[in-house]
Design a binder for this molecule. Structure first.
Ligand SMILES: [Zn+2]
Length: 205
């Protein structure tokens, strides 16, 4: 791509680093911003830099939060002894949308993936095991996507906490397209949380 402006080229290069954005799309977005009032670019860059500088990870569940404890963990009406294990904030949002779950979450921050070099030590697994060890958790619900990485992660955690004698369950498999939680429709996802099955049963399937 030949640019007549170095400034334009730099902006396009930065935008095209985002996932799923090629050079052409980046150029379209940048040209769009140039046509808008200057404030729009200012609001966009400010929102991103404030987010980057001020966002926190909830001390208890590791969810993205504005405060030390996220709104869910700080809510006295939630059942603290039921913890749903998810990969990231998108899963929390999807499950919250169903309004079927009143427990807390534990956000792992990814899945075990040897190919991508992500091991258990790169995820928030130890803090989860610690919660179980402390007796804070009576039921753990595995809600990772049913991919090989999701299954590996579930099984790894299950092996770590098996001896503590708590209830473990998993949301029913075969949910919606692609098996990614974020794509499951609310009704299906809500139903699979209500009708969760004992984790041991999922191993035999
Ligand atoms: Zn939290």
């Amino acid at each position: 791509m030949d640019f007549s402006s170095k400034l334009l080229e730099n902006a396009v290069n930065e935008v095209s680093r985002l996932p799923g954005i090629g050079k052409r799309t980046a150029l379209r977005l940048v040209l769009h911003l140039l046509k808008q009032p200057t404030e729009h670019t200012k609001y966009l860059t400010e929102a991103l830099s404030v987010l980057r500088n001020e966002v926190k990870s909830c001390k208890k569940c590791h969810n993205i939060s504005d405060t030390i404890l996220c709104e869910i963990c700080a809510n006295p009406n939630r059942h603290t002894e039921v913890v749903c294990v998810v990969e990231d904030i998108r899963d929390v949002m999807a499950i919250e949308n169903t309004a079927q779950f009143k427990g807390l979450y534990h956000v792992l921050g990814g899945k075990i993936s040897p190919i991508e070099g992500i091991g258990p030590q790169n995820l928030q697994i130890e803090s989860l095991v610690e919660k179980v060890r402390n007796g804070e958790v009576k039921e753990l619900i595995f809600a990772l996507s049913s991919t090989m990485e999701g299954d590996t992660t579930n099984f790894y955690i299950y092996k770590q906490i098996e001896k503590y004698n708590i209830t473990t369950s998993t949301i029913a498999r075969g949910i919606s397209v692609g098996d990614e939680l974020e794509y499951a429709d609310e009704v299906t996802l809500g139903r699979s949380i209500v009708n969760r099955i004992p984790f041991e049963n999922s191993l035999k399937a």
